[in-house]
Write a protein that binds this ligand. Structure first.
Ligand SMILES: Nc1nc2c(c(=O)[nH]1)N=C([C@H](O)[C@H](O)COP(=O)(O)OP(=O)(O)OP(=O)(O)O)CN2
Length: 135
C-alpha cells in the first residue's frame, strides 16, 4: 500500500463557544478561544489517500485532481469564512479542530474514487493538529 498526501491551507475565523452554556462557563472552559468577537487561524490541511500505483501512470491518483477536489469541497467553502456562521455543513457544531477534521472528511470522502481516503491531518496552529482516519 502506498500513501499519497496533498497539503493545502486556508484561513478562517471561529470561536469555541457552547451556546447551551453561560458566558462564564464558556470562558472558564475555552478561555480566550471563547472571545465573543472571534479569532482566526491559518489552518493547514494534509489529505492522504492510499492505494496501489497504477501500472500505466505510476499514480495512486493524480494529485492535481486531488487538489481540485480539496479546493472545491473544502477550501472554497472554508477559506476566509467564519466557521460558526458561514458554513452550512458546520451549522450547530462546535468548531474545534477535531470536529472540523471529521466534517472535512465527510465532505471529501464521497468524491475520492479509484483509491481510498486514509487520513485528514488538520493543523489549527503550528503546534496543534488532529489526525482523523474516518472512524
Ligand atoms: N482539543 C482542542 N483544544 C483546543 C482547540 C481545539 O480545536 N481542540 N482549539 C483551541 C483554540 O482554538 C485556540 O485558539 C488555540 O490557539 P493558540 O492558543 O494560539 O494555540 P497554540 O498553543 O498553538 O499557541 P501558543 O502561543 O503556543 O499558546 C484551544 N484548545
Amino acid at each position: 500500500m502506498v500513501y499519497l498526501t496533498r497539503v493545502e491551507h486556508f484561513n478562517a475565523a471561529h470561536k469555541l463557544y457552547n451556546p447551551a452554556w453561560s458566558r462564564e462557563q464558556n470562558e472558564a472552559t475555552f478561555g480566550p478561544c471563547a472571545n465573543e468577537n472571534w479569532h482566526g487561524h491559518n489552518y493547514e490541511i494534509h489529505v492522504t489517500v492510499k492505494g496501489r500505483p497504477d501500472a500505466d501512470t505510476g499514480f495512486i491518483m493524480d494529485v492535481k485532481a486531488l487538489s481540485k477536489l480539496i479546493k472545491e469541497h473544502v477550501l472554497d467553502p472554508l477559506d476566509h469564512q467564519n466557521l460558526n456562521i458561514d458554513v452550512p455543513w458546520l451549522a450547530g457544531k462546535m468548531c474545534s479542530t477535531e470536529v472540523l477534521a471529521e466534517a472535512i472528511w465527510q465532505q471529501l470522502a464521497p468524491h475520492i474514487s479509484g483509491c481510498t481516503l486514509h487520513q485528514i491531518r488538520l493543523y489549527e496552529t503550528p503546534r496543534i493538529y488532529v489526525d482523523y482516519f474516518g472512524e
